[in-house]
Design a protein around this ligand. Structure first.
Ligand code: SF4
Length: 364
């Protein structure tokens, strides 16, 4: 399991090297790079070579994905949560309007989202054993599957048998961010609730992979730890998952902390230039992996990242339960790019990209 494997990995060791510009340029000439090479692409020397990195990242992306962009949107099922993640607007002690969608409300949201053109839906919820039991997640997947050919979840960690059951009932993919891979920092951000269990969370992708979930989407919440350290952890986790669960696709997201009801200030803020370097470095490290950028980022930033390795973007996003049918209750965070799917689609087309509404089209 990954909790054992990660104990032998020291990202700090890789970053200690004094990489030069020539070293970075030699890495950019390679077809395949390893974790040490990735360390070079994260170095200050590489920060001065963003243009050649951009060319390499773009060429690798086009080679595997063409000029396509996968579009999806989240449907928030519930903002009830028993956890205390210090950065989150759904933190258990925050006084936000709490809501769990009824079956009828889920159907209405699905219907509205489907009419917008989406074929890929992401079901999102907090963690509350009483109000959001596994059966509720299962029912939600079954409902969503009546409207969408591709359904994924971003909910609390589950057991292998539960992932198997969801897969048998139509689940295509799952997203779960480790938030930070640093076992010492993790408890500071997750002081209470089931999510305080670092080991259980870090083995979640193993359970989902063993259950045969077709797509596993990992990520670090950017701002909780130094971005270079988290990039190396992500690359290490990515390589591990591809080796052990070769039948599953792996994708990486880049969630950067946004303003929320808790007004959390990230101790390791990530600048735009650093996030660009991170995205390009991971793309050069692995040209097969889908890279996801959400509406946490601004319109102009997302437009710029389109050619640097990103292959999937959300659009028309609401971060509260019922947001697609006009509810205004507690939001998880404030989005930055409010373009609707039609606007996103027009922008992509104007720049020579095909919007892909069904995730499975990417693999054809
Ligand atoms: S990040 Fe998830 S688990 Fe943590 S408080 Fe927010 S909704 Fe709950």
């Amino acid at each position: 399991m990954f909790n054992e494997t990660i104990k032998n990995f020291s990202p700090e060791f890789i970053l200690q090297d004094n990489f030069t510009k020539n070293h970075v340029l030699s890495v950019l000439e390679k077809e395949q790079i390893d974790l040490n090479d990735l360390g070079a692409l994260l170095s200050p020397a590489a920060a001065e070579l963003l243009e050649p990195m951009a060319q390499k990242a773009h060429a690798k992306t086009v080679k595997r994905f063409g000029y396509t962009m996968n579009l999806y949107t989240p449907l928030y099922l519930s903002n009830e949560c028993v956890n205390s993640c210090v950065y989150c607007g759904f933190h258990t002690r925050l006084a936000v309007d709490r809501k769990t969608l009824t079956r009828e409300e889920i159907e209405k949201e699905c219907s509205v989202i489907r009419e917008q053109g989406f074929s890929h839906l992401l079901l999102v919820s907090g963690e509350h054993p009483g109000k959001i039991p596994f059966e509720y997640i299962l029912d939600s997947v079954k409902i969503a599957k009546q409207y969408f050919p591709h359904v994924s979840i971003e909910v609390y960690p589950l057991e292998e048998e539960q992932y198997s059951f969801l897969r048998e009932n139509g689940l295509d993919a799952m997203t779960l961010y480790q938030e930070t891979y640093d076992a010492n920092l993790y408890p500071k951000y997750h002081p209470a609730g089931p999510k305080a269990n670092y080991e259980y969370r870090i083995n979640t992708m193993d359970r989902a992979g063993k259950a045969g979930i077709k797509k596993l989407n990992i990520g670090s919440l950017l701002g909780l730890n130094h971005w270079k350290i988290e990039t190396l952890y992500l690359a290490f986790h990515l390589s591990y998952l591809k080796k052990h669960y070769w039948a599953s696709e792996v994708a990486v997201s880049f969630p950067r902390i946004r303003e929320s009801a808790g007004a959390f200030h990230p101790p390791y803020p990530v600048t735009d230039a650093e996030l660009v370097q991170m995205i390009m470095a991971l793309r050069i490290f692995d040209e097969q992996t889908g890279l996801v950028l959400s509406t946490r980022e601004t319109e102009s930033f997302r437009n710029g990242c389109m050619r640097l390795g990103i292959t999937a973007m959300s659009a028309g996003v609401k971060t509260n339960p019922g947001g697609h049918i006009g509810e205004e209750g507690g939001k998880q965070f404030i989005i930055s790019d409010s373009r609707n799917p039609a606007e996103m689609s027009r922008h992509l087309a104007a720049n020579g990209y095909d919007p892909v509404w069904k995730d499975w089209e990417m693999g054809i």
